[in-house]
Design a binder for this molecule. Sequence first.
Ligand SMILES: Cc1ncc(C[n+]2csc(CCOP(=O)(O)OP(=O)(O)O)c2C)c(N)n1
Ligand SMILES: [Mg+2]
Length: 401
Amino acid sequence: MSDIDVAATPPVGGMDHHVSVDPAAVEPRAAADGGPDMVQLLTPEGERIPHAEYDEIVDALSHDDLRGLYRDLVLVRRFDLEATSLQRQGELGLWASLLGQEAAQIGAGRAMRKQDHAFPGYREHGLAWARGLDPMRLIAMYRGVDKGAWDPAEFGFHSYTIVIGNQSLLGTGYAMGIQRDGAVGTGDDARDAAVIACMGDGATAQGDNNEAFVFAGVYNSPVVFFCQNNQWAISEPNARQTRAPIYKRADGFGFPGIRVDGNDVLASYAVTTAMLDRARSGDGPSLIEAFTYRMAAHTTSDDPTKYRISAEVEIWKLRDPIARYKRWLAHEGIADAEFFDAIEQEADELGEHVRAATVGMADPEVGDIFDQVYVEPHQQVADDKATFTAYQASFETAEGA
Ligand SMILES: Cc1ncc(C[n+]2csc(CCOP(=O)(O)OP(=O)(O)O)c2C)c(N)n1
Ligand SMILES: [Mg+2]
């Protein structure tokens, strides 16, 4: 996205009027809290807020489950930090950090059942983790040695897709397929399935996204649109994506929209569980707006100091998803210092593993890029591969000569 300031853009065609964004008329953005409609079960201070609708879902979690969520959050954050460092050391081509969005993704990912399917963007590392994908598969893709071609059916986790808004269409289409397979509303917990379609706040401004909402709404498809509103679409703030709060846009498409504190793992888990249950039982789609914040740069190619003030980031540090959850676990006696130390140790080991495995990753063969284009062999692709491989080999010969 460009850095163009809409309000400062010169009038089109020399006409007298121009588009302007009245700061008072749009929702206060990044520094604001999520407002009174936001479902929050844990305050940033780690205090549990009772909730008539969602307590039951959280109360059904065992202490092991609750400790497991903490482990997920910490390990995913460590993995992400390692990946960012590896990119800085020249080991990865690019990295899109999920820093700050761990709770939104782990909550949603752990709410899924085996038979459910998720359609991710490019920073859904927490969701990938919750679906059981080896994080090294993500590293391999961002290192450029693998095309990200894991088996979506094996993990219920589809390919990373950079095309913004695309996940909504893919997810809706898949959900319509699930309906046609008769795997919705049968009452069989092992059969009824639903889809999570990921999107960012920026994606809500895409035509694709809105078209998907129409289809999902009119066909009552079992899809949960999971929008991580991290307040920014590269350098463009929320105010340039929508004048209405994102969750309220679901009203216009005829399905429920809920804003949840995306930095609260319990709330994200509870709301996603409820919406997935709803979808699996045949009651149709929903939109979850997980209100969160992208703490790091958009990707390692971006410099956020060019477009946002550090005071904003400082406010969100106080809403850190891991710190509040740790406080609550400790206060409730669900986890003790020994447990937290053990997780820290595990995170160190994961970090070491990720570094060693990345550096030790074999380079692909030069012609591999032509593979997996079609299911069946294709003459044109085979010819291109032969030509390109021979061309590359000519340099080796020249160097060797
Ligand atoms: C269709 C399309 N248009 C533009 C882009 C360039 N682009 C990459 S990321 C991005 C911003 C997306 O913002 P958001 O949806 O909020 O997701 P976030 O990166 O914040 O997770 C854009 C515009 C793209 N990948 N696809
Ligand atoms: Mg965003």
